[in-house]
Design a binder for this molecule. Structure first.
Ligand code: SF4
Ligand code: SF4
Length: 351
């Protein structure tokens, strides 16, 4: 049976909060799964300091208020990231979150950083996927029964398109889990383009880049594949192998999502298709939109919600490939369905 995907299309002049409320009315049956007394984790990404497009606290509050009325105990969470910035540890992460309005009074529930002060408060869970044999995840995975994943749809440096699968697979892994997913992405320097500005050396979290004969050089034995140097280089001098490594990276991410989500009983995925930028919220600031605002999607099926959103946003047009032949998101869709993460066919219900 095809999973249902609910879609609240934003109308001209409509307030985004009203668009979200219409969606929540329609999905009240799935939301009623979250019972009195149950802890409901709400996964979100607050974006880096400069980012403006992330999901705003007022949306979270609308959802929290609804859950609390049902007697559930919602909490909002994210995990630390592997690249340099203000979300690399819980202290800076929480300061950033509070500065952006993710405070208990504005959310209606607490915001926590689930993998602790330095991103090391995680546990290992044995799995048996093609690539991933052990998950490294916050300790509530395997204990928590209820989850809502709120994702801001964006483009993405590696996958081209990012939604719920990335938010769950990468976003719910601890820092070590994130590194494990990235580890096959080994960028290389194009020395013809390198001006030796030093930005990549400065940003690399593991000091894998040094100057060799007047050009940057990446030691692939040290590199953890985080991709930071790619975004840091203003001279297009850092390349990644789009044909091989990116697909493995995306397969790992899908395996992580499946490994985590298969241990959580009740799940709802909500995608916000507003302020869609070419880069994800880790990199984008107040960047121009690459597609017009579309609305909000929800489903119990993580893959169906991402695919429905993708189909409606692109309408068969090439929006997320960045002009490259490789369309890594298509590979990710196929692989995720193959491992049973979700369904690509869906039943669209417009609210
Ligand atoms: S950021 Fe780019 S141009 Fe600057 S040193 Fe690194 S590779 Fe070279
Ligand atoms: S070399 Fe680039 S991809 Fe590798 S760890 Fe350093 S910043 Fe990340």
């Amino acid at each position: 049976m095809k999973p249902d995907v609910y879609f609240s299309r934003i109308k001209k002049g409509q307030d985004r909060s009203d668009c979200f409320k219409s969606l929540l009315e329609k999905i009240s049956t799935p939301l009623r799964d979250f019972k009195k007394g149950s802890f409901v984790g709400i996964k979100i990404t607050i974006g880096e300091k400069q980012n403006k497009g992330h999901i705003k606290p007022e949306f979270v509050k609308i959802l929290c208020d609804k859950l609390k009325k049902q007697g559930a105990k919602p909490f909002v969470f994210d995990t630390n990231v592997i690249y340099k910035g203000e979300r690399q540890n819980a202290v800076d992460h929480l300061n950033l979150a509070y500065g952006k309005g993710f405070t208990i009074d504005k959310l209606g529930c607490p915001f926590i950083v689930a993998d602790g002060v330095f991103g090391t408060d995680s546990k290992n869970i044995k799995v048996n996927y093609s690539h991933i044999k052990e998950l490294r995840v916050p300790s509530f995975v395997g204990v928590l029964d209820d989850l809502i994943v709120l994702s801001h749809i964006t483009g993405h440096l590696m996958s081209g398109y990012a939604g719920s699968v990335k938010n769950a697979g990468m976003g719910m892994a601890s820092r070590a889990g994130k590194q494990a997913q990235h580890s096959s992405l080994k960028p290389a320097i194009n020395s013809e383009h390198c001006t030796m500005c030093g930005c990549c050396i400065e940003i690399c979290p593991v000091s894998a880049i040094s100057e060799v004969k007047g050009k940057a050089f990446i030691n692939s034995k040290i590199c953890v594949g985080c991709g930071e140097c790619i975004s840091a280089c203003k001279f297009d001098a850092v390349n990644i192998n789009w044909h091989e490594d990116v697909n493995i990276f995306l397969e790992r991410m899908a395996e992580y999502a499946d490994g985590i989500l298969s241990r959580i009983k009740r799940k709802v995925f909500i995608n916000f298709a507003f302020d869609i930028t070419e880069e994800c919220d880790c990199l984008a600031g107040d960047d121009p939109k690459i597609i017009e605002d579309m609305g909000i999607f929800a489903s119990r099926d993580i893959l169906a919600v991402d695919k429905a959103c993708f189909d409606i946003l692109t309408k068969g047009k090439d929006v997320f490939s960045r002009g490259k032949k490789a369309k890594p998101y298509l590979h990710q869709f196929k692989y995720a369905e193959k491992i049973g993460l979700g369904k690509l066919d869906y039943n669209l219900i417009e609210v």
